[in-house]
Design a protein around this ligand. Structure first.
Ligand code: C2E
Ligand code: MG
Ligand code: MG
Ligand code: MG
Length: 283
């Protein structure tokens, strides 16, 4: 758990780094350079409507192709970016690039409502002038605000709840979507639903992927029911079998995002996927 030391310093506790300390320092300086070297790109994972399987949006996921190491996982470099402040630049890049792509794809026939989700770190929300950035990006690319969705996670409240609430209210007023990511994994996730103006809840993969403990369907059902009663749409993350997908459909869970439907795609592949669909429809 990241602990606030005052100011902007955040002291990380990342067990895996202890054993790879020198590797991390190297990665840190490499990450600074990666930006200028065009080693960072976005992948886009389709989000499908469960009832029909049609692609209704994408989540933008950052990718780092390290010149020597090859691909580095965001699970490894995003925490480094957060702890060094680099996340502000990386986040701005992701937001701009995702909306730029989205505005292009929305011009395809029948795709004007297509949405894109972008992950926002709590540090990025608090430090960066995110509200202004979002306003400018929406204007720059001329997309409808509700087709941009920002994904936020658990660490939100820990850092600065009052400021977070105010910023999220401002974003909400602008019309952008707000998704609570990885729902169910943090101890305060239920209280988030009272504090913050989310419109979408993403059920964490741990409830849908891998070993099927008997409790899982009950937990998933409760989450979907509660979300709907609160007026939230639901995305099931990582659903990996037809049985679970069928159960989710019966619960009227709106969306799914998982390898079962599609892995993350390059921007070019994503565009092609949308085109194929419209071509098929027309014929
Ligand atoms: P996330 O936001 O929860 O994104 C979903 C992650 O689950 C992605 O991993 C995606 O590839 C993976 N995933 C989706 N469906 C399946 C499935 O069926 N099976 C399996 N095994 N995995 C699945 P990825 O791309 O490695 O990203 C990991 C995390 O890194 C993200 O989790 C997010 O928290 C963070 N991240 C990625 N890009 C960004 C970014 O641009 N900004 C920020 N702040 N964080 C990012
Ligand atoms: Mg996410
Ligand atoms: Mg997630
Ligand atoms: Mg996650």
């Amino acid at each position: 758990q990241a602990k606030r030391l005052g100011g902007d310093r955040i002291e990380p506790f990342r067990p895996s780094f202890k054993t790879h300390a020198s590797g991390r320092v190297e990665l840190e300086s490499d990450l600074r350079r990666a930006f200028g070297r065009n080693e960072l790109t976005l992948a886009f994972q389709p989000i499908v409507k469960l009832a029909t399987g049609e692609i209704v949006g994408f989540e933008a996921l950052m990718r780092w192709q390290h010149a020597k190491r090859g691909p580095v996982s965001p699970a490894e470099f995003i925490p480094i970016a957060e702890n060094t402040g680099l996340i502000v630049q990386l986040g701005q890049f992701a937001l701009d690039e995702a909306v730029r792509r989205l505005s292009d794809w929305q011009k395809l026939p029948g795709q004007s409502k297509l949405f894109c989700s972008v992950n926002i770190s709590s540090r990025q929300l608090i430090r960066q002038d995110l509200v202004n950035d979002v306003r400018q990006i929406l204007k720059r690319y001329g997309i409808a605000p509700e087709t941009l969705k920002l994904e936020l996670t658990e660490s939100l409240v820990m850092d600065n709840p009052e400021r977070s609430a105010k910023l999220l209210d401002n974003l909400k007023q602008m019309g952008v979507g707000l998704s609570l990511d990885d729902f169910g994994t943090g101890y305060s996730s239920l209280s988030y639903l009272m504090r913050f103006p989310f419109d979408t809840l993403k059920i964490d993969q741990s409830f849908l992927r891998g070993d099927a403990q008997p409790q899982r369907p009950i937990i998933v059902q409760s989450i979907v029911t509660m979300a709907h009663q609160l007026g939230l749409a639901v995305v099931a993350e990582g659903v990996d079998n037809e049985l679970d997908a069928g159960r989710l459909r019966q619960l009227n869970c709106e969306y799914a995002q998982s390898y079962m439907f599609s892995p993350p795609l390059t921007a070019e592949e994503a565009r092609r996927r949308l085109q194929d669909r419209t071509t098929k429809k027309a014929s």
